[in-house]
Structures are given as C-alpha cells and as structure tokens.
Design a protein around this ligand. Structure first.
Ligand SMILES: [Zn+2]
Length: 425
C-alpha cells in the first residue's frame, strides 16, 4: 500500500503506511536505567523531511525490539495513530505512532542514503523555558564546547546502585554559557577524551537533542538522560553555519572538575510537588525528579487477576502461610522468613487497582494499612462479611481462598478520587 507523509497521518487504527528514516532510537528502562526495557522511543523522518515520534509499548516489545536500528529506513504499517503525549515530546508533530501487535516492519536499506538524517528544534541557550515538572517538549540546543568534565560514578542514595555523571559546558556566539549534565549511559558514551583532543586545534560545535531543563544552584542548566543524543562537528548545515560565525581564534576546550556527587534534591517536607502519572512513569533523570510526588487520580479498576489479600506474620510481618496442620489447628501459620518461628498471622491488603489521571493510567498496590484506609474496613472484616458461614471453616486463610469474586465492598472503590503520594528513588 502507498506510504503517506508523516504530516498526512490521521488519528485512529485505520490502515496507514509510512516510509521513514529512524533518526533516533532510545530504550527507556526506568528511572535508574537498570531494569528491563519498558518502552522503545523513536524519532522518524520521511523523505520530505517531516518528522514524527513513535513508541513501542512494553507488552509488544519482544516482537519488534531486535528489528529496529538507528540510521535505517523502514516501511511501517498497521500501527495506531494517537494524539501526541502531553509531556516530553521529542518533535512537535500533533500526532504520534504507536506500534501494536499487528505492526509490520519492512527494511528498506537501499533508501538509507536517500532520506534526511537529522531533525531538531533549536532553542537559543539564553532562552531556555522555565523549569517544569511536566515539560511539553524535550529541548535541543547548539553551542561550542568550552569545557568537559570526566565521567564520575556516584552512589545513588538509599540504593546499592551507581550512576555516572558528566558535565559539559557550552557557549553561544555572545558568550552566554550553559551547562549540561549527562547521566548514566550518556555520560559514558560521550567521548570526552576525543572531543577534548579535537577541541585543542579546532572548535567543537555540538547539537544536543532530547534534554530537559533543571535549576542547579540557582541557574538553569540542561540534563541529558536516555533520550539525549549529540552531534559534534557533524556535517549538518546548522553546525557549519554556527562554526562560520565563530571568531578565527578560539580558546581550546578546558577540563572541568568532576561533577558533584549530589543526586537527590532536598524536597520541601510540607509541599509535595504534584505530578502526572505519565510523568512519573517516564522519569529518566536522576537528580531533578527523585523524591515524593503527589498525584491526583481516579480509581478505574480493581485487579481481578491478583490476590487482594495475604496473611502476614504478626512478629516480623513477612508473608505467612497456614501450617500443614491448619485444618485441625486453624490458627497456626508458618512464617515465610527463614528462622522466624512465629505461628500467628493476621490478614492484610495486597490490593491492586488501576487509576488514571488526564495523562494516563497506572497500577497501584494498596498495601496493608493504606488499603484499609482507602477501603474503610480491614481486609479481615471484608472477608468475614463475604465468606460463607460454614462453621467447619475456621481458618481465615482458607475462607478467603474460597472467595471467588472480588467482594462488592471493594468495587465501591471504583470512581473514587484519591491523592497518592508516590516516592520515586
Ligand atoms: Zn515471622
């Protein structure tokens, strides 16, 4: 079927095909880049130079992930076309592509050199937008590199994880300077030594794409996580023009001291920032956004697939199961923690609900007393109200196991408006 231009896509699930150069691709693996891939993000360019944004969601990643490579031209067909997300758009197209299980990917290697390669929307470095917890777009900038720090490994507070951090200092033609901090894999991939070497004899003009703004010690800086990419002295018209306007003698690139070891920013204890779910699920920065956030959501579903209760050891609060003798001694439990000999347990919530806000949907687990607070009754009470009154069943675990359906008391949660405090580390 004939391919349409990215600018001519229409929203919906109707059959459409595009022929595009995969200009940028990044894997989102969670806040510290340490989990399995959750989403593949792509920036696309068609033959006419229109740009587009596409994602492959987690549930269908396995089918597509190994076929997608930066720099290749593909024909994609059978995808969904949706309005662009409300935050963190890499391009300014009004619609985006989302792959589905039916999406067909066809290589068009013979066209690799026929298509435009780069797309960006440059913001002057002295005109960065204010910092915003839900930035609509990623920021792209151009400048000449003044100084580079080494990559430094930093321990993430409250975890055993280390992340790398590197600072690069840019300047525009008017001497306005801007720092950018690269994180994780980006800090390592940025080849500081070779750029520093190059910068001793010629200016290193760089375009950074896919960054976000944050405030560091009172001044605006950029932060580059997994979406960030750079082009140093590439043969790109904007880079050539920038270089042609530099003075003939230009200072060599200097070395910056290793970046500070601060990762988490202090949060005001009393005023938690409010964040959208989409934002919380896309956090890819280490320092700006870690902390506790408030999100206002509506509960849309109670999970039927996961057990909403469990029995917990009264001594160590580990999960506890009825002992083998529980039919004759109904209240005897075996604690799941090695070495704990406690035989008593209480029943508590492990309730999974889906909740949404205007940006998206996420699953929340309402654990223990949080579940009780929201449902308004203890898990034990809900079970006792719903179990069949068979005097032979004296073990609450056994009785709860016999409940087949989600108790009506829990369905009362549907439509409930909640404010959750979500801790992101
Ligand atoms: Zn125990």
């Amino acid at each position: 079927m004939a391919c349409v231009a990215l600018s001519d896509l229409h929203a919906g699930w109707g059959e459409q095909s595009v022929c595009v150069h995969l200009s940028r691709l990044w894997h989102y693996r969670g806040g510290l880049e340490n989990g399995p891939v959750k989403v593949v993000h792509m920036v696309l360019l068609d033959a006419q130079g229109n740009h587009g944004y596409a994602t492959v969601p987690m549930d269908i990643l396995a089918a597509h992930i190994n076929m997608l490579h930066e720099g290749v031209v593909y024909e994609f067909s059978r995808f969904a076309v949706l309005p662009r997300p409300i935050i963190l758009n890499p391009v300014d197209a009004p619609l985006m592509i989302r792959f589905t299980q039916f999406t067909v990917i066809k290589n068009c290697f013979h066209l690799n050199n026929e298509f435009p390669e780069w797309t960006f929307h440059l913001t002057p470095i002295n005109e960065l937008p204010p910092t915003n917890d839900t930035p609509q777009n990623y920021i792209d900038v151009i400048g000449v590199i003044m100084a580079i720090s080494p990559a430094r490994a930093i321990r993430v507070p409250h975890t055993l994880r280390q992340v790398f951090k590197r600072r690069v200092l840019l300047s525009d033609h008017n001497g306005n300077e801007l720092g950018i901090t690269l994180w994780g894999e980006r800090a390592i991939r940025f080849n500081g030594e070779s750029v520093h070497f190059m910068g001793q004899t010629e200016p290193a003009v760089v375009i950074f794409v896919g960054a976000t703004v944050f405030v560091n010690e009172g001044s605006k800086e950029l932060s580059g996580g997994c979406a960030c990419k750079w082009y140093v002295n590439h043969d790109i018209p904007d880079i050539n023009l920038f270089r042609s306007r530099l003075p003939p003698s230009f200072p060599a690139i200097e070395r910056l001291p290793a970046p500070s070891s601060i990762i988490l920013q202090a949060q005001h204890a009393d005023v938690l920032p409010t964040a959208l779910l989409t934002h919380l699920m896309n956090i890819n920065l280490y320092h700006k956004e870690a902390g506790t956030f408030r999100c206002n959501v509506i509960i849309t579903r109670v999970s039927h697939l996961k057990k909403w209760w469990a029995t917990f050891c009264t001594s160590c609060h580990y999960m506890s199961m009825p002992a083998a003798t529980s039919l004759t001694q109904p209240d005897v439990y075996t604690c799941g923690r090695h070495g704990c000999s406690s035989t008593s347990a209480t029943i508590g919530y492990t309730l999974f609900v889906l909740a949404k806000d205007r940006s998206g949907e996420a699953e929340f687990e309402l654990f223990g007393s949080k579940g009780q607070q929201i449902v308004g009754r203890s898990a034990g009470q809900v079970i006792r109200n719903n179990m069949c009154h068979d005097p032979a069943i004296r073990n609450v675990h056994v009785a709860a196991s016999m409940l087949r359906k989600t108790p009506p008391g829990l369905l009362g949660l549907l439509g409930m408006k909640c404010t959750f405090h979500v801790r992101v580390v």
